[in-house]
Design a protein around this ligand. Structure first.
Ligand code: ADP
Ligand code: MG
Length: 282
């Protein structure tokens, strides 16, 4: 028998508490408890109220962290909201419908949204804002361009992990497929995309944006039969947003030019010598 080791001095309670709170994943508790304890002492709060205040802080922080995590997971190309969306710029867009959609009940109902309109009319902005609203309300979101999604599906198929990617795409509460129509799809690409829409039908919401009216979707998918079947599923329970009008970017740059009507060559002379960027007439 070996001699008993000398008794270690017990760890101070703060060290143990910090350890336990980390184990329990209560970072806000850990960060705030000393401050809230001091407040509680000053205000004469009892222990229950002290704990309640800490628990509330933890909940608020946890919700915020989860929203941030969902936004990161969605892989938005930019974070945009309806706060910066000017509805007066696009009169064809049904504002009450958009605001209703921002409440996300369509996601609970597994409805789809299709935003149609020419380039620069705010389709991407609107679907990013709907995506953000969904993240804030607790739904998982994934954002892709149609070309990017097809590329990923083809790559997954070549690497024999298509089923896994399909399962991930089927599980997300809101799938956003932006820019359908700019690039025609190969037959395989069209079929893979069709399969995704098909798997999500009545199980999850999908937002699709396109610069093409429905009649022209055959040019993207090649086959009339496939386009028909796809439209059938996608438009079964659908809210359609029409964004037809002048390009917002074009309108803005025209307005800028009206404010600063320099001839083009002068504007070019004003270009940044390094980047070549023309600041007045973008
Ligand atoms: P689309 O996807 O229809 O081509 P975008 O959403 O990319 O158009 O819009 C082009 C640019 O103009 C973006 O920077 C977007 O934020 C802005 N934009 C478009 N419409 C509006 C609007 N109604 N209010 C505010 N910004 C807008
Ligand atoms: Mg766009």
């Amino acid at each position: 028998m070996t001699a008993a080791a000398p008794a270690a001095s017990p760890a101070p309670p703060q060290v143990l508490l910090a350890h336990h709170l980390r184990q329990l994943k209560l970072p806000t508790f850990l960060r705030e408890y000393e401050k809230v304890a001091a407040e509680a002492a000053r205000e004469g709060l009892d222990h229950v109220r002290f704990l309640l205040r800490l628990a509330e802080l933890e909940l608020i922080d946890r919700e915020r962290r989860m929203v941030e995590r969902r936004i990161r997971a969605a892989r938005f190309p930019a974070v945009k909201s309806f706060d910066t969306f000017d509805f007066t710029a696009i009169p064809s867009l049904n504002k009450p419908l958009v605001l209703e959609l921002a409440r996300c009940e369509y996601i609970v109902a597994h409805d789809n949204v299709i935003a149609l309109g020419n380039s620069g009319t705010g389709k991407t902005h609107a679907c990013l804002a709907l995506g953000l609203a969904a993240c804030q309300r607790g739904f998982s979101v994934a954002f892709f361009t149609a070309a990017g999604l097809v590329h990923q599906l083809m790559e997954a198929r070549d690497e024999r992990r298509l089923l896994k990617l399909q399962a991930q795409l089927a599980a997300v509460k809101l799938l956003i497929v932006d820019e359908l129509g700019y690039v025609p799809l190969s037959q395989t690409g069209a079929e893979l995309l069709f399969e995704i829409f098909s798997q999500r039908h009545e199980r999850g919401s999908t937002i699709v944006t396109s610069n093409l009216p429905f009649e022209e979707w055959t040019t993207v998918f090649g086959s009339q039969r496939l386009t028909g079947a796809l439209l059938d599923r996608l438009t079964h329970h659908v809210h359609i947003l029409e964004l037809n009008g002048e390009s917002y970017r074009l309108k803005q740059s025209k307005a800028r030019r009206r404010r600063d009507p320099r001839p083009a060559d002068e504007a070019i002379a004003a270009a940044d010598p390094e980047t070549g960027e023309i600041t007045t007439a973008s």
